[in-house]
Design a protein around this ligand. Structure first.
Ligand SMILES: Nc1nc2c(ncn2[C@@H]2O[C@H](COP(=O)(O)OP(=O)(O)O)[C@@H](O)[C@H]2O)c(=O)[nH]1
Ligand SMILES: [Mg+2]
Length: 351
């Protein structure tokens, strides 16, 4: 229920029309999803996002059926700090894509929403035009849960969108640190949006985030900001050359555009296609996706082990005691960890 409530609060009634699944509701069929039935797709994603164990089981069953029909979309991650112009860009870029006949799904990973109760796509006004396009599906992220869980469900939602036949899946995340890494592990190409600005702004972008970027897009290259945007472009180009001097994948590119004036969208798409083409050529795309899938398997294992551990009877009391011991210096962290794992193993044996 909280997921649905939050969606309503964010004002998404226009875009997301699927009601919560009723008790014991049938899951949508893989055929309906593959035939392009948007309601079936929306219900599938609701199932994927559900915290209920029976829903989870149904979602996995459905995903297994869909899996052979996934993989054809161009998977793009879009990230950047609040205010950089993500929503405006996604709308302009999305409109460009529908203009050249592409079908587009927009998904969001929003780790901040658990705190703020809002969604990064909550400023729906900026997406109104895009949301009205026939070939477009927009889905905000669930409003609660740990980053790993949110991103994990976004990955599965992305697969459902691919099976539904979308040519492009855009995954938006607000730049708050670790979310970029999680999204970079979901997509073929990770685009970082940055503002026109001086060297100080450039310093503000964490090196780790720059290293993830396959494409850097300087936003707002219009009006008074036109020249500054061009200089910023050059600054990032030299910064990238320092950071990733001849690394593995295709060289990251730097572009600027104006989403407000809907200029530069063709250049962005060309850069994305060129990047994908370069990956494809050497079989690197398949390798990248295979590696991402195994990364997610281990994330899933870690998450489930931790959740099983936390759910163990007596574990809360034990870990609280050990935590106090560690905090006060009576036990080393390693000794306390051994204590927790020993208790976990004993209970696993009993099970
Ligand atoms: N001049 C100009 N302003 C823009 C452009 N794109 C976004 N903005 C403005 O930047 C602000 C933040 O944009 P928004 O898309 O909401 O950023 P987000 O927080 O990253 O989603 C808004 O006031 C926009 O009008 C652009 O291409 N040119
Ligand atoms: Mg926004």
């Amino acid at each position: 229920m909280p997921v649905w409530g939050a969606r309503q609060k964010a004002g998404f009634e226009l875009v997301v029309t699927d009601p919560p699944l009723a008790e014991g509701a049938d899951r949508p069929s893989a055929e309906d999803i593959r035939s392009g039935d948007r309601r079936a797709l929306a219900r599938a994603i609701t199932l994927i996002e559900s915290a209920r164990e029976d829903h989870k089981a149904l979602a996995q069953e459905l995903l297994e059926e869909l899996l052979p029909h996934t993989g054809k979309a161009v998977r793009i991650g879009i990230s950047g700090p609040p205010g950089v112009g993500k929503s405006t860009f996604i709308e302009a870029f999305g409109l460009y894509l529908t203009g050249i006949g592409k079908q587009l799904a927009v998904l969001a990973v929003d780790p901040s929403s658990a705190l703020s109760g809002g969604s990064i796509l909550g400023d729906k006004t900026r997406m109104e035009r895009l949301a009205r396009e026939a070939g477009v599906f927009i889905r905000p992220s669930p409003a609660a849960g740990a980053l790993g869980g949110v991103a994990h469900r976004t990955r599965e939602a992305m697969l459902a969108c691919e099976a539904a036949g979308f040519d492009v899946v855009l995954i938006e995340t607000v730049g708050v640190g670790q979310s970029e890494a999680a999204v970079a592990d979901l997509v073929d190409l990770f685009a970082l949006l940055v503002q026109p600005g001086g060297g100080d702004d450039l310093q503000g972008i964490k090196r780790g985030v720059m290293e993830l970027a396959d494409l850097i897009i300087v936003t707002k290259a219009d009006g008074d900001l036109t020249d500054l945007a061009r200089r910023t472009e050059a600054d990032y180009r030299s910064a990238l050359a320092l950071i990733r001097g001849g690394g593995g994948g295709p060289r990251p590119r730097v572009l600027s555009c104006s989403a407000a004036q809907e200029r530069g969208m063709d250049d962005v798409w060309q850069a994305i296609e060129a990047y994908r083409g370069a990956l494809d050529e050497k079989g690197d795309l398949e390798r990248k996706r295979a590696q991402q899938a195994t990364t997610w398997m281990w994330r899933e294992v870690e998450e489930r082990v931790m959740s099983a551990l936390r759910g163990e009877p007596g574990m809360a009391a034990l870990s609280e005691r050990l935590q106090t011991d560690v905090a006060s210096g009576r036990k080393t962290p390693a000794a306390a960890a051994s204590g927790i794992l020993a208790a976990f193993r004993r209970s696993a044996h009993r099970a």
